[in-house]
Design a protein around this ligand. Structure first.
Ligand SMILES: [Zn+2]
Length: 95
């Protein structure tokens, strides 16, 4: 479900940079100047994509976060530094 949401948001971003009337690709600078609402949506989509990607667990067999490398106590499901969801390999073996 999270992967589908990320795909939908990435599609939305691609469509913001595409003019269906002319078939042209638009630059983000052009969108910012000519369609500020779409520009804000493009930025918001990007923030949402980054947040959703952190919900996809990254496997980790060490005590450091696989995304940022900061120490994360084994009992933590999320990195307290970057918010990445962590799947401990020892948890996976027990399931
Ligand atoms: Zn982290």
């Amino acid at each position: 479900m999270i992967e589908e949401a990320i795909s939908a948001l990435e599609f939305d971003r691609n469509m913001i940079l595409f003019n269906p009337n002319t078939g042209e690709n638009l630059t983000l600078d052009y969108v910012e100047a000519c369609n500020p609402m779409n520009y804000k949506l493009y930025i918001a989509d990007g923030i949402a994509i980054e947040a959703l990607k952190k919900q996809l667990p990254l496997e980790c067999n060490k005590s450091s976060c696989p995304r940022c490398g900061i120490y994360t106590p084994p009992s933590h499901v999320y990195c307290s530094h970057c918010g990445q969801r962590i799947l401990r390999l020892e948890d996976k073996v027990l399931r």
